[in-house]
Design a protein around this ligand. Sequence first.
Ligand SMILES: Cc1ncc(COP(=O)(O)O)c(C=O)c1O
Length: 385
Amino acid sequence: MISSPITIESKLPNIGTTIFTVMSAMAAEHDAINLSQGYPDFPISEQLIELVNYYMTNGYNQYAPMTGVPELRSQIANKLGSGLDLDFDPDREILVVAGATEGLYSALTAFVHPGDEVIIFDPAYDLYAPSVVLAGGIPVHLELELPKFTINWEQLESAVSSRTRIIVINNPNNPAGSILSRKDLDLLSEIVEKHDLLVISDEVYEHMVYQPQVHQSILGHPNLRERGIAIYSFGKTFHATGWKIGYCVGPQNLISELTRVHQFVAFSINTPIQMALADYLKVPDHYLSLADFFKEKRDLFLRLMKNSRFEPLSCDGTYFQLMRYDKIRDLPDFQMATWMTKEHGVASIPTSVFYNKGTDNKILRFCFAKNTETLTRATEKLCQI
Ligand SMILES: Cc1ncc(COP(=O)(O)O)c(C=O)c1O
């Protein structure tokens, strides 16, 4: 290994290795069950793998069109159209991206100018603020209010300044497991219209919303649809987080601006997986069955944790369950998660890392996108703490 003599001024001096990498590495080192990082430990659809195989062996291996293969964009338009009873233009309103990560990064790069303020609700997924900073913008962090992680609308209204340009929402919210109601979207829409703002809506967990709740997309809201980009992830929806493929949806002029950045970030996304997903999306049950599938896992996890000393918070969406541990030990959450990983063999994520101020509510995040055996073994250990 060598080091360069060149001195680089870091653009992200305060950013270290993400907590997901830290906790997964700690889990591996101590042979702990990993309920930290958000990915499934069960296999993906064999049919989907066969489809990718088919397209790979049948010559679909060169650059795809920059915005995505027409077959996939058209299926995405159908999916959105039938879910929301609205029309989407597959050529102008949809952009296929290298995972929601690229969609979010490219959107923030396209729309944030130096000095622009971007409102982010904490706890927040860790990508938003650094992407804003890299674009020269200023993240303005507001905290969602416990116990249900709701938006304080008065606080939001007073946080909007003449420099505010964008509000980022994450619905359902990782790590909170909370969702936004139609009334929330109406209130958001009022503020956004009044101050002429753009909304970037991270909806990667759209199909993991648990009855009686339903997912409220900005795309289904007449005013927000005109003022926002919604971002989705096939990795989340089809249990294939390693594939890094997703899509952005919005008004044609916003998607066109976003595409200008996308062409230099990724240019285009791998062809055989796009072709395979286009076929796979033709059967709506492949994604509509997800809510029941994960609701069962959430309920199993909660049932198995009933005799533990952890206290669950409500989880209406995502595949994360938050648990309070303050009745067990009076430790900061990172220390608690570390102790549990090393001494009790179960890794989780401390939620303070999702806060700009490091707010520690003594809450840990557990991923329940795991098979029954993993959840059973993990909860046996957690119930002994
Ligand atoms: C809220 C949220 N947004 C975006 C992403 C990134 O999605 P992708 O893997 O498609 O890039 C994740 C992944 O965990 C997430 O939880």
